[in-house]
Design a protein around this ligand. Structure first.
Ligand SMILES: Cc1cc2nc3c(=O)[nH]c(=O)nc-3n(C[C@H](O)[C@H](O)[C@H](O)COP(=O)(O)O)c2cc1C
Length: 195
């Protein structure tokens, strides 16, 4: 089985990078495969062009999809599952990942009458949040993040979906270091049991 990992963090010096590595170790230790898109390292273009906007907004299923978008779409359709790994930025995914969805979830692929995107067996979101979970639950912030990812972006595109938050990972909290090993072990176990 194969998982396509969409990883998005600007720095290697981060909890999120370590979490991604631990998840990957779990995947390979369970005898499974992965493909990785490291969006910052790839310099993935995440602003829609005007042409892309006009194509998608007018529901035009034309063949002029950009090569970098097609490459991402091929990775999706070659996998059994998808994983998104990122830090929470302002109660959302980083803008780079949001832009990835804007472009890669194109008309005719991820929506429309004749979608070519396969329905994946599984989708998982692993995100790190600086704040404690109680803070994220206040005002329904956690719920908003889940609703956007699971109820909109992934809705109907995977048979099983899971959203996991690693909280308290801010550099200002002692919990970051205190929970470090346990959190990475958790990410490893999640990877090992995922496929
Ligand atoms: C621009 C920016 C916005 C952030 N917004 C949030 C937020 O809305 N909620 C939250 O819990 N943490 C927020 N954080 C904290 C990140 O999620 C934090 O970088 C991460 O949890 C720590 O892990 P890292 O070492 O992988 O970056 C933000 C950080 C940055 C840099």
């Amino acid at each position: 089985m194969k998982v396509f990992i969409v990883y998005c963090h600007p720095s290697e010096d981060s909890f999120t990078k370590n979490m991604c590595d631990a998840f990957i170790r779990g995947i390979t230790d369970s005898g499974n495969e992965y493909i990785l898109s490291d969006l910052y390292r790839m310099g993935f273009q995440t602003d829609m062009t005007e042409e892309e906007y006009l194509r998608d907004a007018n529901y035009r299923n034309t063949p002029d999809v950009a090569e970098d978008v097609l490459a991402e779409q091929k990775k999706i359709n070659s996998a059994d599952a998808i994983a998104f790994i990122y830090p929470v930025f302002w109660t959302e995914a980083p803008a780079k990942l949001v832009g990835w969805f804007d472009r890669v979830w194109s008309y005719g692929f991820a929506y429309g009458d004749e979608m070519t995107m396969k329905v994946l067996d599984k989708a998982i979101i692993l995100c790190s949040a600086g704040n404690p979970i109680e803070r994220l639950e206040e005002f329904g912030l956690l719920d908003s993040m889940k609703k956007v990812m699971l109820g909109d972006r992934l809705f109907g595109r995977a048979k099983q979906m899971e959203f996991i938050v690693f909280d308290n990972t801010s550099r200002e909290f002692e919990f970051r270091e205190k929970n470090w090993d346990r959190n990475l072990q958790k990410a490893y176990e999640i990877g090992k049991a995922f496929l």
